[in-house]
Design a protein around this ligand. Structure first.
Ligand code: AVI
Length: 320
């Protein structure tokens, strides 16, 4: 529940997530079918994403971790001690400790819409950094969030690793950056991960690994729809596709119907012809110019930018 006691997940009398049903029914009714990527992350989807971060072809997690590992001194110099670190999304067990141990923060405030992930991450960090008070907040961080009173007077550092910003279209990404600015306030800093434009083959392999983990992640969305929304989608009639769309500098993930199919979701009939797709994710990639432009449009001024040695991934520090 949020501060007003309103449930963040709105279930109907049958226990169905209303927002999920609405997004799926609307998305399957469009010309180009599309379902927002946030619905990937049920329990199985979250586990599959963890597995993706370990596959050979998926470089972003390793590259970003390498930057965090190697730039501790620069973070200490440019960020300094005494800030409240506000992490957008539950902290990862590897990245967050690297940042916290580099800068000696006064508090750690993880924000997440999922109370379960949030509590697990908060307990983990509290155990590893007993001197740093932890104030978890269950909230939708795409909107401005009221931070706990205990960190009200501390300067803030927002932390948004993983290039999750890339999963949003620019319009939504800019809204999010502005809302982060509102959440964090004057005098704040933001450390944000942004994946870089590179060879098409490297990008497409990162989103279509040989072991099929990303394919399973994408296809799991259909399994989730069948389970939670009473769907009859023939999952084995779909295949995973990852394509680089140069015009928008993004990887798109699609589920391609391998043959003509018809099915029901929540009692409604749908049909797709062979080759038709459901667009399930965008993952935008950046260069120095486009990441600066995005930050400036979101009311942040870039201060410093780091990449890993192979220049696959960037971490950018910006000030309010
Ligand atoms: C969470 N997000 C940054 C991942 C990405 O790389 O866009 C999600 C992902 N989708 C397929 N593989 C990973």
């Amino acid at each position: 529940a949020d501060a007003d006691g309103i449930r963040l997940v709105d279930l109907d009398e049958d226990g169905v997530d209303r927002a999920f049903r609405a997004d799926v029914l609307k998305g399957l009714s469009q010309g180009q079918k599309a379902i927002p990527a946030r619905w990937f992350y049920d329990e199985r989807g979250s586990q599959l994403f963890e597995d993706i971060t370990q596959v050979e072809e998926y470089y972003p997690t390793r590259a970003e971790t390498a930057i965090l590992r190697s730039q501790g001194e620069a973070f200490a110099r440019l960020i300094g001690p005494g800030r409240a670190v506000v992490e957008f999304g539950s902290g990862s067990s590897v990245k967050t400790p690297l940042l916290l141990s580099a800068i000696d923060p006064a508090a750690y405030v993880p924000l997440d819409i999922s109370g379960d992930f949030l509590r697990a991450a908060a307990a983990d960090l509290a155990a590893r950094f007993p001197q740093v008070p932890v104030y978890p907040v269950e909230a939708d961080f795409t909107k401005p969030v009221a931070l706990p009173g205990a960190v009200g007077n501390l300067p803030k550092l927002g932390f948004f690793p993983g290039s999750t910003i890339g999963n949003m279209v620019p319009r939504t990404a800019v809204d999010l950056l502005r809302n982060m600015r509102a959440t964090l306030g004057d005098g704040s800093l933001l450390l944000i991960g942004m994946d870089l434009i590179k060879d098409r083959a490297v990008l497409e392999a990162a989103y279509d690994d040989a072991a099929g983990v990303t394919a399973a992640f994408n296809l799991n969305l259909l399994t989730r729809i069948n389970r939670e929304l009473g769907g009859t989608i023939p999952v084995d009639a779909f295949r995973h596709e990852a394509r680089w769309v140069d015009l928008y500098a993004r990887i798109e993930m699609h589920l391609v119907a391998a043959r003509d199919v018809s099915f029901e979701v929540a009692g409604r009939p749908f049909a797709m012809t062979a080759g038709e797709t459901i667009h399930t994710e965008n993952s935008h990639k950046f260069d120095a110019r486009s990441s600066n432009m995005m930050l400036l449009a979101g009311h942040w001024t870039p201060v410093e930018r780091w990449t890993d040695e192979a220049e696959r991934f960037s971490l950018v520090l910006a000030r309010a």
